[in-house]
Write a protein that binds this ligand. Structure first.
Ligand code: PMP
Length: 407
């Protein structure tokens, strides 16, 4: 199926501007996606008509805001195919979701001598919380290595798993290289030794169909801002029995059943993990982002992005001095590269001068960059609203930049 990109682009006002005298070509989607008009309108409509604190008001506005907020929970449940609404917890983002699991599940269930497995591909947010936990508990952090293409070495993973493994936390799709990991296999193998599994879905959720029940993962985390939704909002999915066994994260309003100065009893899930006034407006607007994705469908989105990626690679591989970083067989639409020995930042500045927005640097994956003996890369990441013509302009600019050095 071919997407009507013109119609799609019409829904993203931010794309229709010039930067540095050139039409904007936004290719920094792995960092954050742009927001369609309906999300912007939902934010404005909420503050214009419904603004109210949720769950505790006795008045009409509070009731309306509560219903809209809880409706989003139901739609997220559908989006990831969770079994129940209560398994969906709103957070600030992927980072907070992982920290929540480390601080609650980790605090209660990880003990001295236990082992946690992550991979070389992880974002800092799926490394540092586990390092902090391991240090506190006297547990051990193990890291699945990768090959030159940026794919996990699954035999090494098999060798790492044992009865001491309590948690495996891996990224579904790498933000730095695009590699899609075999998470189903990882989950199955981890469960055989009794370990729980957290999947970092920050980069997969906008591109791949997510079915947490089919995957059978214990936790799944994602960020709304990478799925055409607002910033400052994320989702933690957890299986009911695990969430119920976990202690609360933050203490405060909403997460309690009853408070006396002697003792507090805690609310049921999901509220046990949503202390304080949540991000009501952004949660409500997120519905519209999910609606946008559902209207087009993930398989159509992925097919479009895959075509762009192939189109780019065919042209770029012909350019002398173009060095791709991460060439996994299974990838989302992330294109990491270097040009000759040029600093990624310099390449990024030249692309910006041509109106092309990319990300440069270590992409919050310093250990992964270290594995390739580089400090960083240039990263172009495609989304549903990017076009073949834009990809051509990227390739043309890369060709020009490479020529500067090849002279
Ligand atoms: N994991 C991955 C794979 C990511 O790409 C990101 C965002 N770059 C994060 C975690 C952190 O997400 P956030 O900053 O939205 O919390």
């Amino acid at each position: 199926m071919t997407l009507n990109t013109e119609h799609i682009r019409g829904q993203f006002p931010v794309l229709h501007q010039e930067v540095n005298g050139k039409p904007l070509i936004y290719m920094d989607n792995a960092a954050t996606t742009q927001k369609p008009t309906r999300v912007l309108e939902a934010l404005s409509a909420y503050y214009t008509h419904d603004n109210s604190n949720i769950h505790r008001g006795a008045h009409t506005l509070a009731d309306r805001a509560t219903r809209h907020y809880e409706k989003t929970r139901g739609q997220v449940k559908e989006f990831i195919n969770a079994a129940e609404d209560e398994e969906v917890i709103f957070t600030k983002g992927t980072t907070e979701g992982i920290n929540l699991v480390a601080a609650t599940f980790g605090r209660k269930f990880i003990e001295k001598g236990d082992e946690i497995i992550i991979s070389t591909l992880e974002h800092h947010s799926n490394i540092v919380p586990w390092q902090m936990l391991c240090e506190e508990k006297g547990a051990k952090l193990k890291v699945i290595p990768i090959n030159e293409k940026g794919e996990l070495l699954m035999e090494a993973f098999d060798d790492m798993l044992n009865e001491k493994t309590k948690l495996v936390a891996v990224v579904h799709a790498s933000n730095a290289l695009g590699t899609i990991n075999p998470v189903k296999e990882i989950i199955e193998k981890s469960h055989k030794v009794g370990a729980k599994v957290l999947i970092d879905g920050a980069q997969s959720s906008a591109h791949l169909d997510i079915d947490v029940q089919a995957l059978d993962c214990d936790f799944f985390v994602m960020s709304a801002h990478k799925i055409y939704g607002p910033t400052g909002l994320g989702v933690l999915y957890g299986k009911r029995e695990i969430l119920e066994a976990m202690p609360p994260y933050q203490g405060g309003g909403e997460m309690i059943k009853e408070v006396t100065f002697e003792k507090t009893t805690f609310n049921d899930i999901p509220f046990k993990f949503e202390a304080g006034t949540p991000n009501i407006a952004d949660v409500i607007a997120f519905q519209k982002a999910l609606e946008f994705v559902n209207e087009i469908g993930k398989s159509a989105i992925r097919a479009h992005e895959e075509k762009l990626l192939q189109h780019a690679m065919t042209q770029l591989n012909d350019i002398k001095g173009f060095i791709p970083v991460g060439t996994a067989d299974q990838k989302v639409s992330v294109l990491s590269f270097l040009i000759n020995d040029m600093h990624p930042f310099d390449v990024g500045m030249m692309l910006d001068a041509a109106g092309i927005a990319v990300r440069t640097g270590h992409h919050c994956t310093q250990p992964l960059m270290g594995r390739f003996n580089i400090e960083g890369t240039v990263r172009a990441s495609f989304s549903v609203y990017n076009t073949k013509e834009e990809v051509d302009k990227l390739c043309e600019s890369v060709r020009k930049i490479a020529k500067l050095k090849n002279k």
